[in-house]
Write a protein that binds this ligand. Structure first.
Ligand code: UDP
Length: 408
């Protein structure tokens, strides 16, 4: 089992000591994290590691998920899309159903005794309506791009937000005018998890041969849920433009998340577009594919994340940590990870992606330097230890709202 002390060799002893001190201020506090899926997507990925580390630091932290039927998840997926700017109209019945599922979940979840409740994303947002707060602090942790939401939906969801004590966003652009304090906390990866730890060449080779991928030409990889905002079709277009000049292969690897009903449809379109090309590998991953994803990222020459909307883009962080140059769509959190030309390249179109992929594949030295700088940038900014520090600091702030100075 991974322990807090194991991170000393990666981030240094001081940072770990700082975490222990900060945690001592919230020792014994009951913190509950609530989201809508245990598998699939970045939120589940983060909570899987963050919750046990908080517990090791003696915060009484637990992780609960809400339950819903396909109708509910269709509504929340539409909400997710509308919050990211898509025009969708929600009937009063849909909004009533959304609230009703929250009511049913509230009966089972037992959040009433928590000191701090952290609600992730829009799916469980309405839970707050069914609790008496009794001094507990409720925080909304928004992981998606809410910079230009559909305004009628935003107006509706804002009613629930009125009861919250604070909200958290991944980047400043996503925050909105609200009466409560808003905080910026970037997501993170765990460098010691199976998804990110070092792998031997033998382990990498084994995964490649399982998927029938040969290392006889440069590999371009995009790992993501099959979601239209991740633009897998644009990734194929970029690959085709590169392929006109260089022999490369493209790996599109991903699964579908249990709270995402659109995955199948997008996957079908991707398969149609890729049909007949033996150098495009479409891999449908099962939820527990951490070593496979790790190996695919490590085996890649360039990692692509062609997203047109993105909350944060943990896959970008994962690849950067593995010293991979990433060509990423200039969307959401990708823009705070990729410092253009330094830790990767930001692009705005399939043409732009193809140009940068070719540029990198033709310049080994620059490619290596970008990979090195990307790794150090992640070490400084996007590892789980920094994330833990931000959450612990927020807990102190919430519990000491009236103090100007908090001594650690
Ligand atoms: N991931 C996974 N299996 C998949 C696709 C993605 O485990 O089939 C992981 C991926 O490695 C990353 C997270 O899920 O850790 C996706 O996070 P990101 O922020 O990139 O996107 P999200 O899915 O949350 O929009």
């Amino acid at each position: 089992m991974i322990k807090i002390a194991d991170y000393k060799k990666i981030v240094g002893e001081d940072k770990i000591e700082q975490l222990r001190r900060l945690a001592s201020l919230s020792r014994g506090k009951k913190v509950v994290m609530v989201n809508s899926t245990k598998d699939g997507g970045g939120v589940a990925e983060i909570l899987t590691r963050l919750v046990p580390l908080m517990r090791e630091l003696k915060i009484d932290c637990s992780w609960k998920t809400i339950k819903g039927d396909p109708t509910f998840f269709n509504i929340t997926k539409s909400m997710h899309n509308a919050m990211q700017g898509k025009k969708i109209s929600f009937s009063p019945e849909m909004l009533k159903y959304y609230r009703e599922v929250a009511r049913k979940n509230a009966e089972e979840l037992d959040l009433g005794s928590a000191d701090i409740v952290v609600i992730h994303d829009p799916q469980p947002l309405a839970l707050i309506d069914f609790y008496k707060k009794n001094g507990a602090k409720w925080v909304w942790r928004c992981h998606i791009d809410t910079s230009k939401p559909d305004l009628s939906l935003w107006k509706h969801l804002k009613k629930y937000l009125l009861g919250y004590d604070a909200s958290i966003y991944s980047i400043a652009k996503f925050s909105r005018l609200l009466a409560h304090p808003q905080y910026l906390i970037a997501p993170s990866i765990d460098p010691l998890s199976d998804k990110n730890r070092n792998l031997s060449q033998k382990e990498i080779g084994k995964v490649l041969s399982t998927f029938g991928i040969k290392k006889d030409k440069p590999i371009i990889t995009q790992v993501s849920r099959f979601d239209r905002f991740k633009d897998p079709l644009g990734a194929i277009e970029a690959y085709r433009m590169v392929k006109k000049e260089m022999d490369v292969s493209l790996v599109l690897a991903g699964g579908t998340a249990s709270d995402d009903p659109e995955g199948e449809e997008v996957l079908k379109k991707v398969r149609e577009k890729a049909e007949g090309d033996p150098d495009i590998h479409i891999l449908l991953l099962s939820p527990k594919s951490d070593i496979e994803i790790n190996a695919l990222q490590r085996a890649s020459d360039v990692v692509l994340q062609k997203s047109i909307k993105e909350g944060f883009g943990l896959v970008v962080t994962e690849a950067m940590w593995k010293r991979k140059p990433v060509v990423g769509g200039a969307a959401g959190g990708i823009t705070i990870q990729i410092q253009n030309h330094i830790t990767g390249f930001l692009v705005y179109s399939p043409e732009g992606a193809a140009y940068r992929i070719r540029y990198l594949l033709n310049r080994q030295k620059i490619k290596d330097k970008i990979g090195e700088d990307a790794k150090e940038y992640v070490r400084e900014n996007f590892l789980i230890t920094r994330h833990l520090r931000d959450y612990l600091s927020l807990f102190c702030i919430l519990e000491n709202a009236k103090k100007n100075i908090i001594y650690v």
